[in-house]
Every structure is written in C-alpha cells, then in structure tokens.
Design a protein around this ligand. Structure first.
Ligand code: SAM
Length: 326
C-alpha cells in the first residue's frame, strides 16, 4: 500500500524552508511525511509521559548516559604550545587539543550557530564566526610564527560517499584554503583531517596536487587512517589525518597514536578497554545487544541539509538492528 502511495502520490515540500544554496530536499509524499510526523509525535508523548513518571516500568536495566568529555577524555596539563583551529564546527578538534594541553589561539567557522556554541562554552576563546569566520577572506599574516599546531577538518562532502565525490569541482572544497593558511602562518605542525575516501585511488591525484605538492617542500608529511572506536568513541568513523612537521626532528619523534580501546563484541585485547556501545553511551535499556553506531554525518552542512542521523540505507539497517529509532 505504501509503495503504491509512493508511486502515485505527488511529492510535497517540507514545511521547514531551506536556506542553504546546496540543499537537496528529501522527496517525500504527503502520506510518508504524515507517517513521520505521527511517529515523532508518539515518541514525544511517550517521552513526556516517562518524564512525568507515568511510563510502564522498564523490563530491562537502564544505562546511565555516558557522554561527558570530562569523564571520558584524558586531560593533559598545559604544555606551553599553541593551537589554531580552522573549520571549527562544534569544536571537536578544538576540544581535543585543549584537553591535550594546547593553548587555544582562535577558531574560524562560517556557520554562525556553530560559532555561537563555541563562544557560549568557551567565553575566553577568540571565535570568528559567520562572515568573519569564513577562512576564504582571512589574512593569516597576524598568526605568522605564533602557531605550534594549525588544525582543521575541511568540509568532507566533496570527497565523501554521501556527497557526489566531485573533489576540486565542488564549491565546498576548502583544502586549498587550508594549504594557504599553512603556507602563510608556517606553523610548526599541521593536522588536517578528512573522510577516508580521500585516501582512495580516485583522489590520489587531487591529494598530490592540492595538498602534498604545495606543502612538501616545507613540511615532512605523514598520513594515518584512524578509527574513532580505537579511542573509545562508540561510532563507526574512519578518518584520514595528514600530519605535517616543519622540523625533521619533530617528524622523527612522532608516532601514530596507539589504540586505547578495542571494538565491543570482538576479542578483548590485553591492555585495552572495550569501547562502549551506542545504547550504553545514550543511556538506553540494556537489551543484550549493543554495538557501534553508524557514522553520524555533519548533516547540517551537507547537501541534504537534514538533522536526521538516518542518512543511508546502511545506517537505517544498523539502527534497526540495535533497536534504536534513529
Ligand atoms: C567537517 S566540519 C569540521 C568539524 C570539526 N573539525 C569538529 O571537530 O567539530 C567542517 C566545518 O567547516 C565549516 N566551513 C565550511 N566552509 C567554511 C569556510 N569557508 N570558512 C569557515 N568554515 C567553513 C563548516 O560549516 C563545518 O562546520
């Protein structure tokens, strides 16, 4: 019945207007939209009832959510080194470098709300947001010689499987801007992070021409691929990191970060802790199954402009198997 609906009904636009030029709205029929609306409403009402203490007693023990970085991430004493953040987003890399003992110099992020989030949480930080945070218009000379680590994850949609993999042809490709900042500021080290697809043969020439070739005269560059779950994050998240050192000695002293955790449900590894599953992290009932969540995309800046975390068939399947309504 639903399939026939999908074939015969007209697609209707969302009531929420899109403001992003690259937005490609989801095509949904009125019936499908209504179905989603009803599911959201039922879920909201159930949550409100639970909060009033009116829900039925749980048949399973309920986990306590474990999401607090203060509890989960190591904290290193300040080490007298500075960090500068480009493409700061919600501040994941910024927070990591802060906890690793670096002194934060500034963040640049063109999405205003993301920048405001950083300001609210770190009133002492210098945050450039909105138009002022657009890295394309920044004169980086004021930071020259002052930065120990310049870090950033330029938008990954030009390279990710979820995007159209248009690489340099994609207007969102900001790697040239990352390279421009490094060349002007000349930080002691840089860390550029992106989706693992950037290390595939398809983008080999891109990586060589746009990232490695302009920087390798001045930097010793190493490339590592890391899985978030190797460091305790309950998510399938594989990322490539380009780490560049101006000094040969720094490059020689650096080694790939060693895993601290092993994947839940696999053979324990001596000396490593198990990564918690996503149900445990979210504080859902312990129903005897748990695993890593599918990759959570930065949906708000993606072409689909969606806040949904169910952004692929694979993700939907995985959430279903974990008994989580995405
Ligand atoms: C992959 S996210 C980075 C996430 C970040 N590393 C974190 O840990 O939360 C890329 C970010 O770059 C921002 N961005 C894209 N183009 C930009 C530009 N021209 N100037 C500044 N920020 C930009 C996007 O809004 C997005 O927040």
């Amino acid at each position: 019945m639903q399939l026939i609906d999908e074939l015969t009904d007209e697609y209707v636009p969302s009531r929420i207007p899109s403001t992003h030029p690259l937005h490609e709205p989801q095509l949904l029929t009125a019936a499908r939209r209504e179905q989603f609306r009803q599911m959201a409403k039922a879920s909201r009402l159930a949550k409100q009832a639970a909060e009033r203490g009116e829900a039925a007693a749980s048949i399973h023990p309920i986990y306590t959510p474990r999401l607090d970085p203060n509890e989960l991430m190591p904290l290193v004493e300040p080490r007298g080194l500075t960090s500068l953040s480009l493409f700061s987003g919600g501040g994941g890399l910024d927070l990591g470098f802060e906890r690793a003992g670096f002194t934060h110099l500034a963040s640049y992020e063109w999405m205003d709300d993301a920048g405001k989030t950083l300001e609210l949480n770190r009133p002492n930080w210098e945050v450039h947001r909105g138009e002022a945070g657009d890295v394309q218009a920044v004169d980086w000379r004021r930071f020259k010689g002052q930065v120990d680590v310049l870090h950033g994850g330029p938008p990954c949609q030009p390279f990710s499987m979820a995007g159209k993999q248009r690489g340099a042809l994609d207007p969102r490709d900001m790697w040239p801007e990352f390279v421009r900042a490094v060349k002007t500021i000349k930080p002691r080290t840089f860390v550029g992070e992106n989706v693992a697809a950037l290390s595939t043969a398809r983008f080999a020439e891109y990586v060589e021409q746009i990232i490695l070739s302009p920087l390798s005269a001045e930097y010793h560059i190493q490339r590592v691929t890391l899985h978030a779950h190797e460091f305790g994050v309950p998510q399938l998240r594989k990322r490539i990191f380009f780490v560049g050192f101006r000094r040969k000695a720094d490059a020689r002293n650096w080694t790939r970060p060693a895993a601290t955790h092993y994947r839940p449900g696999t053979k324990p590894v001596e000396g490593l802790a198990p990564t918690m599953g996503i149900r445990q992290a979210l504080g859902l009932p312990d129903v005897g199954i748990d695993d890593l969540s599918p990759t959570i995309r930065s949906g708000l800046s993606g072409p689909r402009h969606t806040t949904s975390i169910v952004n692929s068939v694979a993700a939907a399947k995985r959430f279903r198997a974990l008994q989580i309504w995405g």
